[in-house]
Design a protein around this ligand. Structure first.
Ligand code: HEC
Ligand code: HEC
Length: 363
């Protein structure tokens, strides 16, 4: 086979070590090998993914998403990730594919399991339905395209691979700490599964239970009800508790006082002084990128334009960014009441096209 395909000389693809923010000179060769070998034993390679014992991942779905691009006689496809995603998100799922530097915001680094556009409260992982919406709809206003033409099974395979990247990535972070920061190796693989992989897998399962169910929206049948909802929304938006104005500005143009913002992936690249930031840059694959609060007058919502999408954005926040959750979460009552969030949704939408369309549509 090797002779036939002429690929004997090319090396098999490997996952890149997550050395972001670390000085490569301070990772010794034995440390690097201990991490890379453990991860390969537990999670396989980009061509042949494996699943650690006790972790539930669809081993029928993973091979569809992973591996080289190909198709069977029955029309079945594999290598979906390499075909559709790796150019931006990278073979290693690190968000640093060959095209990544072209985009603002950068493609997601899947290795942290942190997703922005979710329906889940309290910093939880995304629900499968959240990932599916992102894949089907794409993310308007960003480079992330829509994959709505893929079959349900193909979408399911890609989602399984995202979860795989997340569990593998969190296990890797655990290993980096164990082996490099605590200098503890050779590695006890049973311990790594117990303390790295299994808790990560459990957090993905638990997410489904934290999905926020919005209360029924307030009635908006008459012009008076709409006007009253907008007035209430405007008042809550401007309230000091909710803090929306701080970032989004008094008129929602994204020009609040708090202007120098970064997401979690870029925050680490920021030094206290400009020379420090410059010095840090060599430890990261992509240059530092600032994050801008949304300008609502443009009417573009990266996480979806439906009222319920915007409800979730405000209620659970945008994870991995400074945009806070305003709704209740386990252990916190929140700054806005669930039924009040709808008024803020209506107000925010009224500032852009979505609101105007709504007003026209409803006479
Ligand atoms: C042209 C580049 C590009 C391609 C191709 C692409 N993405 Fe993305 N993707 C992005 C960018 C950019 C973002 C980040 C947007 C942001 O942070 O607001 C993103 C974000 C995401 C997110 C994160 C959503 C969230 O809530 O945080 C998921 C999931 C995702 N992509 C999955 C995929 C999958 C699966 C594929 C292949 C089927 C794919 N992407 C192909 C550019 C791309
Ligand atoms: C600390 C700053 C900060 C505060 C406070 C804040 N936001 Fe945001 N908000 C952001 C940032 C930054 C983004 C863009 C995130 C991104 O693109 O990754 C954003 C995005 C949004 C979006 C767009 C979601 C989408 O799908 O595109 C909405 C809606 C929103 N904020 C509403 C609000 C409301 C309402 C409040 C007050 C309850 C609020 N924000 C408070 C920083 C903030």
């Amino acid at each position: 086979v090797l002779v036939l395909c002429g690929c004997a000389a090319s090396e098999p693809l490997r996952f890149r070590l997550n050395a972001e923010g670390r000085d490569p000179a301070r990772i010794s060769r034995p440390q690097r090998e201990a991490i890379v070998d453990t991860l390969r034993d537990l999670f396989g390679t980009p061509d042949e993914p494996a699943v650690p014992p006790g972790v539930e991942l669809g081993t029928d779905l993973l091979p569809m998403a992973a591996g080289p691009i190909g198709s069977g006689e029955d029309g079945s496809q594999w290598g979906l990730y390499r075909k559709h995603c790796a150019g931006c998100h990278g073979i290693s799922g690190d968000g640093a594919g060959p095209r990544a530097a072209l985009f603002d915001p950068y493609p997601r680094d899947f290795r942290h399991g942190v997703y922005k556009y979710t329906s889940t409260a309290g910093g939880a992982k995304p629900a499968r339905a959240d990932l599916e919406r992102t894949l089907r709809r794409g993310m308007p206003g960003t480079a992330m395209p829509s994959f709505d033409t893929l079959s349900d099974r193909e979408i399911a395979a890609l989602m399984e691979y995202m979860v795989y990247f997340g569990i593998r990535g969190e296990t890797e972070l655990y290993l980096l700490q164990l082996v490099i920061d605590e200098d503890e190796y050779p590695v006890d693989k049973v311990k790594v599964v117990r303390e790295g992989a299994l808790p990560a897998a459990a957090s993905w399962r638990a997410a489904e239970k934290t999905v926020v169910q919005p209360p029924p929206p307030p009635p908006l049948e008459t012009a008076e009800q709409w006007t009253a909802s907008l007035a209430r929304g405007r008042e809550l938006y401007a309230s000091t508790d909710a803090r929306c104005v701080q970032c989004h500005g008094p008129a929602g143009k994204g020009d609040g006082e708090q202007s120098e913002l970064y997401d979690d992936w870029n925050k680490r690249k920021k030094g206290v002084t400009p020379p420090q930031t410059k010095e840090l840059a060599r430890l990261f694959r992509l240059p530092i990128q600032q994050l801008y609060p949304r300008n609502f007058t443009e009417g573009i919502f990266h996480g979806g334009p439906r009222p319920v999408d915007i409800y979730w954005r405000i209620s659970v926040g945008i994870k991995g960014t400074p945009m806070p959750a305003a709704g209740p979460a386990p252990g916190s009552s929140g700054t806005l009441k669930p039924e009040d969030i709808w008024h803020v949704v209506n107000f925010v939408r009224s500032l852009g096209d979505g609101g105007r369309r709504w007003i026209v549509g409803s006479g």
